[in-house]
Each structure stands twice: as structure tokens, then as C-alpha cells.
Design a protein around this ligand. Sequence first.
Ligand code: PMP
Length: 306
Amino acid sequence: PIQEAKLIWRNGKLVPWAEATTHVLTHGLHYGSGVFEGMRAYDARRKGVAIFRNREHIERLLFSAKVYKINIDYSAEDLMAACREVVRENGLKSAYIRPIAYLGYGEMGPASQACPTDVVIAAFPWGAYLGEEGLANGIDVCVSSWRRPAPGTIPAGVKAAGNYLSSRLVSMEAKDRGFAEGIGLSHDGTVSEGAGENLFVVLRERIITPPAASSILAGITRDTVMTLARALGYEVVEQPIPREMLYAADELFFTGTAAEVTPVRSVDRIPVGTGARPVTKKIQSAFFGLFTGETEDKWGWLDPVE
Ligand code: PMP
């Protein structure tokens, strides 16, 4: 269950958690016409409670809204401030933040232009998505029988509510089969991403991740990890990954706001590499170091809520 906080930001005002409800004929509920973000606030020792890459998440939200012509009457600055406000006013020390903009109640039909847009931002505590155990020891995953949406269908690079039906199929199938998560293949059979995570392969000291054209959401954690890995001196390349490269990899890991940097220890019950994870460990410490202060935030990624 969700660990409830006190207040939710809705269309410019903070309202009690239980009152943040919507009509059953909300457009977004019927047609998936919502765009959202998932971001985290950390108790960053040096900066106090801070939102990680607030601007990039809000900019992606505005981009997603633009694609589906979901009008948002707030600027990026307004929405970033609202995210800080929700975390601050709920007194949260660390939080998962979920902004969503969806077409509300007013008219039926997928092409409706007459529905109002509701913009909502919730924040609540949420621990390691794939488990603390998974963060430390890696998780067991499978390749899904479900493909990710192909280019020219529902755009995978847009973070819209409807996309998560694909994630639901991939993830449910994996869990039913006893795995922690599933990896979706792209329309052409190359590796795409996890149900809610980007994927990285470490092979002979190179770090490889599928390009935007492989039906992925270009994750902000993915970008963070590419930046940190390059700063650590690694060669990072975006290139199509054939499925068998998953079984050849020395190391594999997932990235995502919820998943953070989670090692993958087996794919389809085939162990990844020797089980040693020197590169993943360095990347995990660089990543989590951003919040403890051990990694200098040279990029201005932390946005303090106070
Ligand atoms: N792919 C999908 C399908 C996702 O849902 C997410 C989580 N937002 C990611 C990748 C990772 O993106 P980010 O690092 O921006 O959270």
C-alpha cells in the first residue's frame, strides 16, 4: 500500500490527501491521456532535503504533454516550485514524487480538445523499488514474451499513462514466472528496456545501453549514469543490443528513479558474468554519493526544497 502523506498539490492548491479525487468520466481514465513523472527527493546531507533533477523531470513532463496536446497552464518554474512545496509541506525527508497532468472531466472521445487539464503532484515515502536486497545482491530477471511498443505506434520516449499497459504486461508476466522484473525487446528483437527501468550492459570494460530508437524511455537516471560513468573514465556507448549480449555480459544493471541503480544477477536463469560487479559498484557509489555528498554535484542536479 501507498504510505500516505498529508497533502497533495492539485491545480495550484494543497488539498488533504483523501480529497484528491476525480470524476469517473475523467478522460485520462478512459483513454490513457495522462502524462506523468516519477522523481525522488533525498535527504542529501549537505543540501538538506533535495529533489534530484527536478528541472529535467518537469521538462520531460512538459514535452510529454506537448506530444498529446495536453495543455498545461503552469511554467516549468511553477511546477518545480510546486514539487518542492509538496515535499516540504508534508515534512518528508525522502520521497517519491509523482506529478501527473491528465485530461479531466468534460467530454468523451479520444480526440477531445474540450477537457480541462488537471495537474496533480503527490509525494510519499517509497523505498527501493526492486528491494534493498536487490540493490545489494542483484535481481533475477527474464526476457519478456511481450515486445515494447514499436516506433510509429505509441511513442516509448513519451512518459504517458497508457504506455504502462505495456509495462504491466512485461512486469506481471515476469513476476508470475518468479522473476523480479522483465526485459522487453524492441519490435526488431533487439533489447529495449525493463518494464520501468533502462538497461546497461558492461562488456569488456565498455558500458553499453540501447539508443533512443530501441523503443526506450530516455531515462533521467540513464543520463545521470552515462554522465557519471564518463566522469569515472569509462567508455559509454549507445548501440542496439542483440539479446545474446545479455548472456555475454560481464555485468548488467537497471537504472530508474524508482529502481535507482539495481544490478541484474541473472537473465532467464543464466547467471550474469562471474557475479563480480566492479563497474556496477563504482557506478552505484558515484550515484548514491550524490546524496551523501561523497560525489560532488558538479552538475547542479540537487534542488533543495527549503
Ligand atoms: N523506462 C521506463 C519504461 C520507465 O518507466 C522509467 C521510469 N520512469 C525508466 C525507463 C527510467 O527513467 P528515469 O530514470 O527517468 O526514472
